[in-house]
Design a protein around this ligand. Structure first.
Ligand SMILES: Nc1nc2c(ncn2[C@@H]2O[C@H](COP(=O)(O)OP(=O)(O)O)[C@@H](O)[C@H]2O)c(=O)[nH]1
Ligand SMILES: [Mg+2]
Length: 281
């Protein structure tokens, strides 16, 4: 338990046999449930996770590779089934610093956010650690994701180090979450349409020796950029649908149109904190 909250950490892992044990060893003991989602890795990722000695570990295995977004959705579903209040995502390649976890959880513990995400750009060392092309790509995607989601105060849309409340997970349709790279952008827009509060928290960028990534220039364009642009259009469509009340014969009209679950104006969410306010879509 962490400040009275039952906490899960979801670890997506694909061909991370060399790094998974060290990643799991770094996860603090106050985490109640660690869920590794191995996505049909060709190496011994699942076996190494299983023999890591990590307590409260559950290794989920997808029979076929379904992508990192689908893996995280699977982890979220299990966290909900096990009654967790908060689910954190930490990648299986050790790029997330466990020392940042309390700061990431702070806004949720304080009741100021439904989703808190890392922002590596708040650390000046990102200029030395993150490869140049990746830095540029992240800036472009972050700016576009602001427009797509309507969360104008956030940055580093591609940072996968996140924490989400049970309430937020129940407000979005996990089956529709984009299954591959691009899922954080899709998720941000879905949280926005549900009227949930998102905050950025500074986290340390880690690019250690032997660092590698499944995201290259091609992947950044498709699917990531594609998902961002799709999200942008989808949110505008939701906006239009809400501003034009449906005119169905024989059905009384709500005076202010339809609202989705978790809409900022109807939820009990605090809306005073400027940095965490849900956008008006
Ligand atoms: N389960 C699962 N995990 C994946 C998949 N692709 C990547 N991952 C994991 O997701 C995490 C982030 O992926 P990575 O390629 O390092 O992305 P980056 O850190 O944003 O450059 C790593 O732990 C990967 O092992 C996948 O298809 N399925
Ligand atoms: Mg990585």
């Amino acid at each position: 338990m962490y400040h009275g909250l039952r906490l899960a950490v979801v670890v997506p892992a694909y061909n991370e046999a060399d790094r998974i044990a060290a990643t799991l060893a770094g996860i603090p003991d106050y985490v109640d449930l660690v869920i590794v989602v191995d996505d049909a890795s060709a190496d011994a990722t699942a076996e190494r996770a299983g023999s890591s000695g990590r307590p409260n570990l559950h290794v989920l295995r997808h029979p076929h590779n379904r992508g990192v977004g689908a893996a995280i959705s699977s982890g979220y579903r299990l966290a909900l089934q096990r009654g967790c209040d908060v689910a954190v995502v930490m990648a299986g390649d050790g790029q997330m610093d466990p020392a940042d976890l309390p700061a990431l959880l702070r806004p949720i513990v304080d009741g100021d956010a439904d989703y808190s995400k890392g922002n590596r750009f708040a650390h000046a060392e990102i200029l030395h650690t993150m490869p140049r092309l990746r830095l540029l790509g992240n800036v472009v995607l972050s700016l576009l994701s602001r427009a797509a989601s309507g969360y104008w105060q956030i940055f580093d849309s591609q940072c996968g180090y996140t924490a989400v409340t049970q309430r937020a997970l129940r407000a979005i349709d996990l089956d529709r979450l984009y299954p591959r790279y691009g899922y954080p952008n899709d998720l941000l827009t879905r949280l926005s349409v549900a009227g949930l509060r998102v905050v950025d928290v500074p986290v340390r960028p880690i690019y250690g020796p032997g660092w590698r990534s499944g995201i290259g220039l091609k992947t950044a364009i498709y699917p990531v950029l594609f998902v961002v642009l799709r999200s942008l259009m989808w949110r505008q469509l939701q906006r239009l649908r809400r501003s034009i009340p449906p005119r169905l014969p024989g059905r009384p009209q709500a005076p202010d149109g339809e609202r989705s679950q978790g809409d900022s104006s109807s939820s009990s969410a605090k809306s005073s904190a400027g940095s965490s306010r849900a956008p008006r879509i």
